[in-house]
Design a protein around this ligand. Structure first.
Ligand SMILES: Nc1ncnc2c1ncn2[C@@H]1O[C@H](COP(=O)(O)OP(=O)(O)O)[C@@H](O)[C@H]1O
Ligand SMILES: *[C@@H]1O[C@H](CO)[C@@H](O)[C@H](O)[C@H]1NC(C)=O
Ligand SMILES: *[C@@H]1O[C@H](CO)[C@@H](O)[C@H](O)[C@H]1NC(C)=O
Length: 380
């Protein structure tokens, strides 16, 4: 077995450099190839058996372990000109790796995230990302290639996503307007990623679904990044897990989660609805610069979403009317359901995927300047 992949030794190193060790709850572990979840790990106890279990579980994940010097070289010494962006947990740099670095490593551009360990969140984020993205692979989840853990340094190496985040593509002032069909492609891709997480044998709640966590590759394939806040979902009969600290992002978090800490896959569906609404309207979820009653996008737009005569008026004006009317009405209705105050009537993500798939090739796009089209009362 290659020593560059996650092996028993590298796990010990991870644990060693954090000075805390982990143990698995024996009862939950049946076969050794069952996916390891974050709840299996408690950041308190140490046992050789636990460390072995962890390494066995991650051995199939094919993650490369890099040292800081190698990543420094790959990113031109973390130079300013390679900076791709700055997230909540630290800066992200563009870099390049190839098989000179590791035998068998594909020559490719990468994104290297350097976590800021000032806050205690940094390490948890780093570990959660390795545990989730190291084991869950899907065309709509960003691929984790490797990691680095050296003394106080924690880094993550991802596949490079050429068009950056949806947030940048949708809201950056000087970027070209995303066409309707591209928005629908992105909505579908992101929905598939979320549906996958919700349907793995131990469901995963993403918890921080928002435009800045949806990354786009050169052909606008959407992939979810940042599983640092993700949480294992409820098991068995339970419908939700209860959390004591509410984490996530203002405007995107579901009402029941904010009020009672109840977290379920349906809280992700709410956040998904917020992103759909941002795609439809081209407006940010919260924007202090908008008139008072429009500051909070959901409050302002939700009543309009179910009014077929008004809803076309809130579609992003930058589209200049170039969108499918049938498609827009369907998406508006879907968005309305996702944003339901009560979690029960919200659709699940596989329902969402089905609906979005059905309208990928609606081509009744109006060409030319936008003319307001009145929809008749019975024009369902
Ligand atoms: N894999 C990647 N490929 C290209 N750009 C990326 C990648 N990951 C992150 N970025 C860029 O770095 C920025 C910050 O990323 P991240 O730390 O994940 O953001 P946040 O904490 O805001 O969710 C992103 O908005 C994006 O522009
Ligand atoms: C770790 O777990 C073992 C049994 O699993 C227990 O005997 C021991 O006291 C625990 N140690 C700590 C520090 O909690
Ligand atoms: C999603 O909900 C539909 C009903 O709307 C149900 O038939 C289906 O089994 C659900 N899928 C999952 C994966 O929960």
């Amino acid at each position: 077995m290659s020593s560059k992949k996650i092996t028993w030794k590298s796990i010990v190193l991870i644990l060693g450099c954090y000075k805390t060790t982990y143990s698995l709850e024996e009862s939950k572990k049946q076969g050794s190839f069952q996916r390891l979840s974050l709840s299996d790990i408690s950041i308190s106890n140490s046992s050789i058996q636990a460390i072995e279990d962890l390494s066995v579980s991650l051995a199939g994940s094919k993650l490369y372990m890099f040292n800081l010097e190698e990543l420094r070289e790959a990113t031109h010494s973390f130079s300013w000109s390679n900076l791709l962006g700055e997230g909540g947990f630290g800066p992200v740099y563009k870099g390049f790796v190839d098989d000179k670095l590791r035998h068998g490593l594909k020559a490719q551009p990468v994104a290297v995230k350097r976590l800021n360990l000032d806050g205690s969140q940094g390490h948890r984020e780093w570990l959660a990302e390795i545990i989730f993205l190291g084991q869950l692979r899907h065309p709509h989840l960003v691929k984790l290639i490797g990691y680095c853990c050296e003394e106080e340094q924690r880094l993550l190496v991802y596949e490079y996503m050429a068009r950056g985040s949806l947030e940048n593509q949708l809201f950056r002032r000087y970027s070209a307007t995303l066409p309707w069909s591209t928005r629908m492609k992105i909505a579908l891709g992101a929905a598939k990623g979320l549906a996958f997480l919700h349907e793995v044998d131990k469901p995963v709640i993403y918890r921080d679904f928002k435009t800045s966590n949806i990354l786009l590759d050169s052909d606008y394939t959407a992939k979810l990044s940042d599983l640092g806040l993700a949480k294992d979902g409820p098991e068995g009969e339970e419908t939700h897990v209860t959390t004591t600290c509410i984490m996530g992002t203002k405007g995107y978090a579901a009402p029941e989660y904010i009020m009672s800490g109840h977290l379920s896959t349906k809280s992700d569906v709410y956040s998904y609805g917020v992103v759909l609404l941002e795609l439809l309207t081209g407006k940010r979820v919260v924007d202090k610069n908008r008139p008072n009653k429009e500051k909070h996008l959901v409050e302002w737009a939700r009543p309009i979403l179910r009014d077929q005569r008004k809803v076309l008026n809130i579609i992003d004006s930058r589209l200049e009317g170039q969108f499918s009317i049938k498609g827009a009405l369907k998406v508006a209705a879907l968005t309305y359901k996702c944003l339901s105050h009560n979690p029960t009537p919200r659709p699940n993500m596989s329902d969402v995927v089905k609906i979005l798939e059905s309208l990928q090739d609606f081509d009744d796009v109006i060409i030319g300047p936008f003319v307001y089209v009145a929809v008749s009362e019975n024009g369902q």
